[in-house]
Design a binder for this molecule. Structure first.
Ligand code: BGC
Length: 700
């Protein structure tokens, strides 16, 4: 802003700018800004030179349908990002997506999706991060930081407790206060505290009978007053349609209704509500302020940064593809590796087979799997990645006989080893998925079966019968039932959905250029009935007649439940094998008496004692020895990932936040600091924690 008299640049604080802009708008203009002009943008106010604010999906890249059919980098599914346990990759992915949002002429990315993975069957698990609020919020926060580092607004979604898709627009999540705050809101709270997101999306579902989009307690009391959120709240697409109406949404703190076909905050209805004194003009200002704040934060008023008129049809950016490849490489989790079956040494091989329904499947068609569908300029399938790798090897190695690829089932007995690539699918277009049903990873519906299809299970048995040297490579965005065939194969590699560079990343892992270093961000049960969300129909998918889903497991989501009831999972949370071996030693703690001012810092040394480049994730879990309330047996409260060459050693450091010792008290309606004895468990998965340090926390 220029001060004409003194001729100096005066940049008033954000809230002052908001008030100035607000004072320039007429009532009708204000009303127009509370809802979408179309599917992805808000109305412009040409009289004062305010352009439209544009949004696009996320979270796997800039989506095709919301970026004028833009071809954009397709990153791995975000459950895979969380499996990297490498925060830096989240920042880099956020930053790369943000650059593409800008080039697409939009101002906000509808991402990250941070809903907790409560059940292996939720159709959108692939777009979320973890079953654990600490891990999920660490990645959520770094994604937000990356996105906003380029001046693009993040939109953390879906607030809150939208952990399944069945009847998502009608269902009420029945949840107790402690669980809501200690688990589900804690996830959002940490993201807000750590990264200050400029936007949040209110979910479709009801929480204890009240829709998120009109939930005054959640949007106003919790989000703004308790958590200090300063951005705007947008409805999920169409979510306000099911609410009680204008007054309810506006007073609750909803700031923007999307998209234009959603018919709650229409000018006609708002004017009627004003006339009938259901709302006042100051309620309109109250609803609009956060939106104006976002307009300033993204620089909407001097929108020179946004190349609205020169939107590239295709973004084919090697630096972004490189980020996608690194995420894919670090996300893959080696679940089983009998007698070091992997990696394959090409010098010993003559023929390698690659078969299976996901071996050559290209993911990334418009709307495939729902709103996250980013369509890439090219897509390297597992088969293409392996073939290219072998061809390069053949050229360089110049062996007397070239290695051959077999892709016909009938010939697999001739191969030295078989890569059997199977798993789940996104189905087709989301709308078709909803109508016809798809037992896969898709928005709009949940999976019906935990097991792979009968056809795929038969294929595993038939393949192994013909050639026992078979690795199963799983392409799936959720846990599947592996226990049914776990004993039949020597190796299992979980590759999630590895994105456009996935085939290249897979080949590098399979042939040992680097070790798998992914760790599970979710628990894999042996049987679905062992899982906390699957204790009855009422707990998942819910009592569909009454339209209620009961979170009866309370705070015992994921591994917390397996620990509490001493159930052995097939693969525990935090688990993942490597080709190399590590030695962890000299674990120490800066102070065994911890206070608010002096947080706990764990230090130690890690050495790569094996033969491959690899990384280990050191995890810290906190256990309360005595407590006034029931506590989860242990909770993840810190981690670090360290890459090491063979023979290399490094020191590591993990800080445990003061917050880690708190619990949520229903009596006091807030988090409580509880002085006393705690144990810090340190190791490489939630069930492999060889080190422990006693801590006393005092209220000093
Ligand atoms: C999804 C959101 C998405 C929005 C816009 C909704 O159906 O739940 O995640 O951002 O559509 O596509």
């Amino acid at each position: 802003m220029k001060d004409d008299h003194n001729n100096f640049e005066y940049n008033p604080p954000l809230d002052e700018q908001v008030e100035i802009l607000l004072s320039k708008l007429t009532l009708n203009e204000k009303i127009q800004l509370l809802r979408g002009k179309d599917f992805w943008t808000t109305n412009s106010i040409d009289r004062i030179g305010l352009p439209s604010f544009g949004m696009t999906d996320g979270p796997l890249g800039v989506a095709y349908h919301s970026s004028k059919k833009g071809i954009r980098t397709r990153f791995p599914a975000t459950i895979g990002l969380a499996a990297t346990w490498n925060r830096d990759l989240a920042f880099q992915m956020g930053k790369a997506m943000s650059e593409e949002v800008k080039l697409s002429g939009r101002h906000q990315l509808l991402a990250p999706g941070i809903n907790l993975i409560r059940s292996p069957l939720c159709g959108r698990n692939f777009e979320y991060l973890s079953e654990d609020p600490f891990l999920s919020s660490e990645f959520g926060a770094d994604l937000v930081k990356g996105i906003q580092s380029e001046g693009i607004a993040a939109c953390v979604k879906h607030f809150v407790a939208n952990n399944s898709e069945t009847k998502r627009m009608k269902i009420s999540v029945e949840i107790d206060e402690r669980t809501l705050f200690e688990i589900y809101i804690r996830n959002f709270r940490r993201v807000i505290e750590k990264s200050d997101p400029w936007g949040i999306m209110a979910s479709y579902n009801k929480i204890n009978g009240v829709y998120a989009a009109e939930n005054q307690f959640l949007l106003q009391t919790v989000l703004r007053e308790q958590l200090g959120f300063t951005g705007h709240v947008v409805s999920d697409w169409g979510a306000a349609n099911w609410t009680k109406g204008v007054a309810s949404c506006i007073k609750a703190g909803l700031n923007l209704e999307m998209p234009s076909w959603s018919k709650t905050l229409t000018p006609k209805k708002i004017l009627k509500a004003l006339k009938e004194n259901e709302i006042s003009q100051s309620d309109i200002d109250f609803a609009l302020r956060p939106m104006l704040r976002t307009f300033f934060r993204v620089g909407l008023l001097n929108d020179k940064n946004f190349l609205m008129n020169r939107i590239p049809k295709v973004i084919d950016d090697p630096s972004h593809q490189n980020v996608a490849q690194r995420i894919a490489e670090e996300s893959m989790v080696l679940l089983k590796n009998e007698n070091n079956f992997l990696p394959f040494s090409l010098s010993d091989m003559k023929k390698i087979a690659i078969i299976g329904p996901n071996a050559n499947k290209k993911f990334g068609k418009p709307f495939q799997g729902g709103s996250s569908a980013a369509v890439p300029p090219f897509f390297i399938t597992p088969k293409e990645g392996i073939i290219k790798y072998i061809n390069n090897y053949n050229k360089k190695a110049k062996k007397s006989e070239e290695i051959k690829i077999i892709d016909k089932f009938d010939k697999i007995d001739e191969a030295d080893a078989v890569l059997l690539v199977l798993g789940l699918d996104h189905g087709g277009n989301m709308f078709r998925n909803i109508i016809f049903g798809v037992d896969g990873d898709t928005e709009g519906s949940d999976r019906k079966n935990f097991a792979l299809s009968e056809k795929q299970e038969n294929l595993i048995h038939d393949t192994v019968a013909k050639n026992p040297n078979t690795v199963v490579v799983l392409i799936a965005g959720s846990p599947v039932d592996i226990f049914r065939w776990y004993d039949d194969v020597p190796a299992i590699l979980n590759a999630w959905y590895p994105g456009m560079m996935g085939g290249k990343a897979l080949a590098r892992i399979i042939f040992g250029e680097l070790s798998p270093s992914g760790k599970l961000p979710v628990t894999y049960p042996k049987y679905l009935k062992d899982h906390p969300a699957h204790q009855s129909q009422n707990t998942f998918p819910g009592d569909l007649k009454a339209k209620k889903i009961y979170y009866n497991e309370g705070i015992y989501i994921g591994y917390r439940y397996f620990d509490k009831y001493s159930i052995d999972p097939l693969f525990p949370f935090g688990y993942g094998l490597s080709y190399t071996t590590f030695s962890i030693r000299d674990i120490s703690c800066n102070n065994e008496i911890c206070t608010k001012e002096k947080p706990v810092v764990i230090k130690g040394t890690i050495e790569n004692t094996g033969k491959y480049l690899g990384a280990e994730v050191i995890q810290v879990y906190v256990k309360a020895i005595h407590s006034n309330v029931e506590r989860a047996p242990k909770e993840l409260q810190g981690f670090t990932k360290i890459w090491l060459n063979p023979g290399e050693q490094k020191e590591f450091r993990i800080e445990v936040e003061f917050d880690s010792f708190k619990y949520y008290s229903e009596e006091k309606h807030s988090f409580i600091e509880e002085p006393g004895e705690y144990t810090l468990w340190i190791g490489t998965s939630s069930r492999n924690l060889p080190f422990s340090i006693p801590i006393r926390y005092i209220n000093a």
